[in-house]
Design a protein around this ligand. Structure first.
Ligand code: NDP
Length: 273
């Protein structure tokens, strides 16, 4: 294919093999770190990454023994560590113990987050700071610490930052300006890191789900609110956390070799309206 050579591209042997498309999504031998994996989306994604072959380290403040048990029951490898993603020394300590125990970090699913529903006039500055500190600064602290390890060790890894469709649209009828602003920040932080770290072969993308049924979105919301959301959804239902596994596997694996700086919106067309 002369046109590829003209562009300075070399086709690898693997790309020529017939099994290429079947194993390109696989994560055998990789070590993945999942923050906020004790419940909700993080728990389901941790199990999905393990099923694809990765050893999965789950980080949260209150522990993730249940997630580890679920992974081990399916024959996967996992352990959990306690750390607050807003606390840089705690994050550094957790990552040092991962390097000691697992030897590397190839994938970060930077997922820990919180949400507060309140009108802008009701919210205190402290509450605004708490949401931004967890969702944006926490993801920055994690991404930078993992990015540093990848750069120092020449690891061509993948970082997936959890954003939200709320980084693009404004949800109704609940007010949540701190959350929306934090997720818009995550999307642009992602693009900034993707460009800055492309020279090291590190890919950085964000995932922006719509409403996904989890403890955050369902347990903490009154039924009237959930009833108000459903008619606004083109698919007529919330998403399941399991429906985020294939998009995350795409971003985590070699399948997305030319995808970096993207915001992958998985919201059942909610944000198209
Ligand atoms: P959950 O509340 O169910 O889970 C959040 C997880 O984050 C928990 O494991 C929690 O554990 C952990 N966490 C929270 N704060 C910290 C912290 N400071 N340090 C370490 N871990 C922390 O939320 P979801 O699963 O619903 O959401 C996960 C992510 O997906 C969030 O970033 C959220 O904004 C995003 N998202 C969710 C959507 C939804 O509809 N559910 C839609 C779009 C995006 P612990 O409290 O033990 O630390």
């Amino acid at each position: 294919m002369q046109y590829q050579e003209k562009a300075g591209l070399i086709k690898t042997k693997k790309e020529d093999e017939s099994m290429y498309l079947q194993d390109i999504f696989g994560l055998d031998g990789k070590v993945a770190v999942v923050t906020g994996g004790g419940r909700g989306i993080g728990q389901v994604i941790a199990c999905g990454l393990a099923k694809a072959g990765a050893e999965v380290v789950v980080i949260s403040r209150s522990g993730a023994e249940e997630t580890v048990r679920m992974i081990e029951k399916d024959g996967g490898k996992s352990y959990d560590l306690r750390a607050d993603v807003t606390d840089e020394p705690q994050v550094e300590q957790a990552l040092a113990s991962i390097l000691e125990r697992s030897g590397t970090i190839d994938i970060l699913f930077n997922n820990a987050g919180i949400c507060m529903h309140q009108s802008t006039m009701e919210a205190t500055v402290e509450e605004f700071r708490q949401v931004v500190d967890t969702n944006l600064t926490g993801e920055f602290i994690m991404a930078r610490a993992v990015g540093r390890i990848m750069i120092e060790r020449g690891i061509k890894g993948s970082i997936i930052n959890m954003a939200s469709m709320s980084g693009t649209i404004v949800n109704i009828p609940q007010w949540q300006c701190s959350y929306n602003a934090s997720k818009a920040g995550v999307i642009h932080l992602t693009k900034s890191l993707a460009v800055e770290w492309a020279q090291y072969g590190i890919r950085v993308n964000s995932l922006s789900p719509g409403y996904i049924a989890t403890p955050m979105s369902v347990d903490l919301s009154p039924q009237e609110l959930i009833d108000a959301w459903i008619p606004l959804m083109p698919l007529g239902r919330m998403g399941k956390p399991e429906e985020l596994i294939p998009p995350v596997l795409y971003l985590a694996s070699d399948a997305s070799g030319y995808t970096t700086g993207s915001d992958l919106i998985v919201d059942g067309a909610y944000s198209c309206q």
